[in-house]
Structures are given as C-alpha cells and as structure tokens.
Design a protein around this ligand. Structure first.
Ligand SMILES: CC(C)(COP(=O)(O)OP(=O)(O)OC[C@H]1O[C@@H](n2cnc3c(N)ncnc32)[C@H](O)[C@@H]1OP(=O)(O)O)[C@@H](O)C(=O)NCCC(=O)NCCS
Length: 153
C-alpha cells in the first residue's frame, strides 16, 4: 500500500457527536482514490462507479492526523478497483490505527462520458513500478530514472 494523502481533522469536519462526520471521511476517500486513479491512468477522466461497504471503526477528533493509503486491487477493461484505508496517525509514537477501509471502483470515460479502455501500457507500468519501487506513484526523480514501456498502447 502507498500513502496517497494526509489530512488534519478540523472543527468544521465535526458532526453532532464531536466526531468527524462520516460523509466527510467518505469524501476524503473518494478524493484520494480519484486522484490516485487519475495519476495511475494518466487521465483526469476517471469517475467513481462503486463504493463498497464503509465501517467507521474508530472516532476521529479535531486535530487528529489522518493518512489515506491505497493500492490497486484490479485493472479491468475500462475500470480500476482500488483498496483504500484511512488511518489515524499518532505523531508521538508513529503508531497508526485503522479508522475505515473499503474498495472503490472507477471507470475511465471519454469526452462524452462513455467508458473507454485503460491502456495496456498503464497496466504494465503499474506492475513494473510495483516491482521496482513498491508503489504506483513516483517522485519526479524516480520518474526521471524510470524506463518507460513503449509501443504497448
Ligand atoms: C461510469 C459510467 C460511464 C459507466 O457506464 P456503464 O454503462 O455502466 O458502463 P458499462 O456497463 O460498459 O461498464 C463499464 C465498467 O464499469 C463496470 N461496472 C458497471 N456497472 C457496475 C456495477 N454495478 N458494479 C461494479 N462495476 C460496474 C463494468 O464491469 C465495466 O468494467 P470493465 O470495463 O473493466 O469490464 C456510468 O455508469 C456513469 O456515468 N456513472 C456515473 C459516474 C459518476 O457520476 N460518478 C460520481 C462522480 S465521479
């Protein structure tokens, strides 16, 4: 799994029970997963088609640092399924506990909003990156040294 984003829970994220609002946590997953899917697939046109079950196992309070992790479960033809996890991060000990996790599925669409295939190049590149770097998103420096896979679209 790789770290996608980090978020600090703020006062305006809190619902009626002094806990972070469930819908906001869901939105955090959707944002992180959507941006992850777009970066992996080299396109901003990735739409959420399915969210699996979400269980909120731990309350999130103001000031808590949340880390959102993700990984690819499966590339389909036009779809990409991700596993996403939100963890509370303790800055003193470095310990983390899972707040919630779920699978989210995205579909690559064209300009008219119709599903189109995710290229084989993208799928192969993810496998290569996973083997070499243990992750799908690279830093600029890592990208510079990455051997691109050509002619596989
Ligand atoms: C995404 C969308 C274009 C797909 O259209 P569609 O007619 O359902 O497309 P298809 O039936 O050809 O399926 C496309 C892919 O989605 C998958 N899919 C469709 N319905 C699904 C369902 N109920 N559950 C899981 N996957 C599903 C298919 O398996 C297929 O994957 P594959 O190409 O990897 O095999 C359409 O459903 C849509 O526009 N939905 C709204 C998206 C949205 O607004 N999301 C919120 C904002 S981002």
């Amino acid at each position: 799994m790789e770290l996608i984003t980090t978020y600090i829970c703020k006062k305006f994220d809190i619902g009626v029970h002094d806990n972070m609002f469930g819908g906001t946590l869901m939105s955090l997953i959707d944002d992180a997963a959507g941006s992850y899917a777009s970066q992996l697939c080299d396109t901003p046109r990735m739409v959420t088609i399915k969210f699996d079950e979400l269980v909120f196992k731990k309350p999130v309070k103001v000031g808590n640092i949340l880390k959102v992790y993700g990984k690819v479960v499966k590339f389909g033809n036009s779809s990409l399924e991700l596993y996403m996890e939100i963890r509370k991060h303790n800055v003193y000990t470095g310990e983390q506990e899972i707040v919630t996790h779920t699978n989210v599925k995205f579909v690559r669409i064209d300009e008219e909003g119709n599903p189109i295939p995710i290229s084989e190049r993208v799928k192969l590149r993810y496998e290569e990156r996973l083997k070499k770097y243990g992750k799908g998103l690279l830093t600029i420096e890592e990208k510079g040294s990455e051997k691109e896979i050509h002619n596989l679209n």
